[in-house]
Design a protein around this ligand. Structure first.
Ligand code: DON
Length: 316
């Protein structure tokens, strides 16, 4: 079995990790290029990009942080991890008759592969695949019931009731999310949407507008990392598969670059959040709202690369 620690370097202790996080935050604040916040969601476009937080939850349940780790941010596509966990629990492997498990090599909101592949999205993390996943979770229920299930799951995984949906962000995307509307209609035309585009997107836009802190998000990843004390909301079997998808598809067309630089499964969001899993060792959350060319956090990705290098945490 692969060992997570380096060939000679043991996994660092809590105090060493704390120091590493402080060093990473200091290094991040020394940089000039923070990237630009998501421009296509008006409510996110004006967020100050010069913000940073990082939290690490260890196997003993301790959470170590640096930066603004108690500041809630818009988790956006990181929410796709919660809907996937919920959908695997509710519909199980039937999901894979509607969504693939391959990297797309295309942008998160791309429509081109959908046309080529008869309305079957490549994976559950690109927008088209996440819309289908949300649709499978919604099934024939009321949108508010499905949304409450996702929100409750996020709260349970994080061990915190203090997690809410930012309605302004949801409204902002509802008013401007024409690409997602196009994707949903395209899926519907291929019979790969059970509900109306409006119903499914209503849940999807609201799940994306969930706000969490890096402390909460790091704790929410415990079950995926297989850490002790994590709430058993998903089987080990499914958790492994979610991690595999995070590794191969979690950063869209930037997934290869993230795997190369960080070496751990991760899921990004255009709010600048990252959830990263070091199996059996730690669950990590990073936030910085400025994005790189792939729509993933610019400083967050740099910080994740620094952390994996300093700790030797890698699945390779
Ligand atoms: O659907 C959208 O476009 C956004 N609500 C989420 C996209 C996203 O977070 C992509 N991630 N980097």
């Amino acid at each position: 079995m692969a060992r997570l620690d380096g060939y000679e370097t043991p996994t660092p202790h809590g105090s060493q990790i704390s120091q590493t996080l402080q060093d990473i935050a200091a290094e991040i604040f020394r940089q000039d290029d923070w990237g630009q916040p998501a421009q296509y969601i008006p409510e996110l476009a004006s967020v100050d990009p010069k913000q940073f937080a990082i939290s690490v939850c260890l196997n003993d349940g301790k959470v170590l942080s640096a930066g603004a780790a108690d500041k809630p941010f818009s988790i956006q596509s990181v929410s796709k991890v919660f809907t996937l966990v919920a959908a695997l629990g509710r519909v199980g492997d039937q999901l894979w008759s509607r969504v693939g498990r391959e990297p797309s090599g295309a942008t998160f909101d791309s429509v081109v592969l959908l046309e080529r592949e008869q309305g079957q999205p490549r994976n559950p993390f690109i927008n088209a695949g996440a819309i289908v996943t949300t649709d499978s979770l919604l099934c024939k229920r009321e949108p508010r019931t499905a949304l409450a299930e996702v929100l409750e799951l996020a709260r349970e995984m994080a061990g915190s009731d203090d997690i809410f949906i930012n309605k302004k962000v949801a409204r902002s995307e509802t008013e401007t999310g024409s690409r997602n509307v196009a994707l949903a209609h395209y899926l519907k035309s291929h019979g790969n949407l059970l509900n109306s585009p409006e119903r499914t997107l209503g849940v999807y836009f609201h799940q994306c507008a969930i706000e969490m802190t890096t402390e909460q998000l790091a704790k929410a990843g415990r079950i995926l990392a297989g850490l002790s004390g994590a709430p058993r909301v998903i089987s080990r079997h499914h958790a492994r598969r979610v991690n595999a998808l995070m590794m191969t598809c979690g950063h869209y067309d930037g997934s290869g670059d993230f795997a190369y630089r960080v070496g751990l499964p991760g899921k990004s969001g255009v709010g600048g959040g990252l959830l990263i899993i070091a199996p059996r060792v730690a669950s990590i959350a990073v936030w910085s709202p400025g994005l790189n060319g792939y729509g993933n956090s610019h400083a967050g990705t740099r910080a994740a690369a620094m952390l994996s290098k300093a700790t030797n945490w890698s699945v390779f």
